[in-house]
Write a protein that binds this ligand. Structure first.
Ligand SMILES: Nc1ncnc2c1ncn2[C@@H]1O[C@H](COP(=O)(O)OP(=O)(O)O)[C@@H](O)[C@H]1O
Ligand SMILES: [Mg+2]
Length: 342
């Protein structure tokens, strides 16, 4: 059976790095492993074996059993349209200016499209382990809420708002001229708009059944996966991490990344050799203070959520090649595949 691990959390905390490191660990433990990554730095992409940033899994030339692919979110709305509507309807949808307007105002569409892609890989039967680096929108939480939002958008809210009715058929849509919202839009934007709106809504409605079924499948996979929330000891990422608990998503574990070494807070013999020594002593004192602040932040977080927590140290060499990725994993003895049920 395919096991999924979802790596999520605020921006810049180390999600992509940790997803790659878990992938390396999985492959080294003999699991046929796919890393689905979002925005790898160039050198990290190369280390993963991603020569072209495509969404087809590519084998790693240096590590057997490791594959990587991009979770493409750029062409996502178009992809959704083509997946869930007949080609002719999809053609019309993606060229309708309203489609672009909705797509740009509804970022969950990207997260939803990425989730659909994830499910394709989870259901392919090809993998023991799929590690998913979640797209960065709104602290990663968007990825978990996107299926419901998407279903709501195409099946309910937008249509109800514009039409004041349940899902209408094509004739119903063309009879909407009397609806105040549409009449207002028409007055503001000119005649042809009404027809465009009606066509758009009808075309969008054809995607509803497909999206409803797929959203349910995505939610099943999300619930079965091990979720790893990554944070640093900084207030912004910590707030993002807390939101998972607030909305009732229980992570398998929380990773505190880039933790300063505890030894930096231990007292050392002060240096006594003139001005450079004084500056050095002052720096050591500052770092000691920062280490204690991080420890307090971790303790405070732990007290609030009670999830298993793992600390990954701040590495002197940025983890951007296979050795560096191994160092991420081995620098945190408490981080094991077993703990993630892998
Ligand atoms: N434990 C670590 N020690 C040192 N640098 C790290 C560590 N984890 C991540 N980094 C570096 O931090 C930066 C952001 O990491 P990245 O994985 O891209 O974050 P995200 O995907 O959450 O935006 C990268 O330059 C990465 O190399
Ligand atoms: Mg990233």
């Amino acid at each position: 059976m395919t096991r999924a691990v979802l790596i999520t959390g605020g921006g810049g905390v180390g999600k992509t790095t940790i997803a790659a490191a878990l992938g390396v660990a999985g492959a080294e433990a003999g699991r046929r492993t796919l890393v689905l990554t979002v925005d790898p730095a160039r050198r990290l992409a190369t280390a993963l074996g991603l020569e072209q940033l495509g969404n087809r899994p590519e084998p790693n030339p240096k590590l057997d059993g490791l594959y990587a692919a991009m979770l493409d979110s750029a062409a996502s709305w178009d992809a959704i349209a083509y997946r869930h509507a007949p080609a002719a309807v999809a053609d019309r949808l993606v060229t309708n200016p309203l489609f672009e307007a909705v797509a740009s105002r509804f970022p969950s569409g990207q997260a939803y499209a990425a989730a659909e892609e994830m499910v394709v890989h989870l259901e392919s039967g090809e993998w023991d382990l799929v590690v998913v680096d979640t797209p960065p929108a709104s602290g990663g939480i968007d990825f978990f809420e996107a299926p419901a939002r998407m279903r709501d958008l195409v099946g309910g809210r937008l249509l109800r708002w514009l039409t004041g009715a349940r899902l209408p058929g094509r004739r119903g849509l063309f009879n909407l001229a009397g609806r105040p919202a549409l009449r207002l839009a028409d007055a503001l934007l000119g005649g042809p708009l009404l027809e465009q709106v009606a066509e758009f809504l009808f075309d969008l409605r054809t995607t509803y059944d497909g999206i409803t079924a797929k959203a349910a499948a995505i939610n099943r996979h999300l619930a079965a996966a091990a979720t790893v929330v990554v944070t640093t000891a900084d207030p912004g990422p910590l707030r993002e991490a807390l939101r998972f608990h607030e909305v009732g998503i229980a992570p398998a574990l929380v990773i505190f990344n880039r933790a300063l070494p505890g030894s930096w807070a231990e007292p050392v013999e002060p240096l006594t050799d003139g001005r450079p020594a004084a500056a050095l002593n002052e720096n050591l004192a500052r770092w000691a203070l920062e280490v204690r602040r991080q420890e307090d932040a971790r303790a405070d977080f732990s007290g609030r959520v009670g999830t298993t927590m793992v600390t990954i140290p701040w590495l002197a060499d940025a983890p951007i090649d296979l050795d560096g990725l191994q160092a991420v994993f081995s620098g945190a003895p408490a981080l094991t595949l077993e703990r993630l049920g892998v």
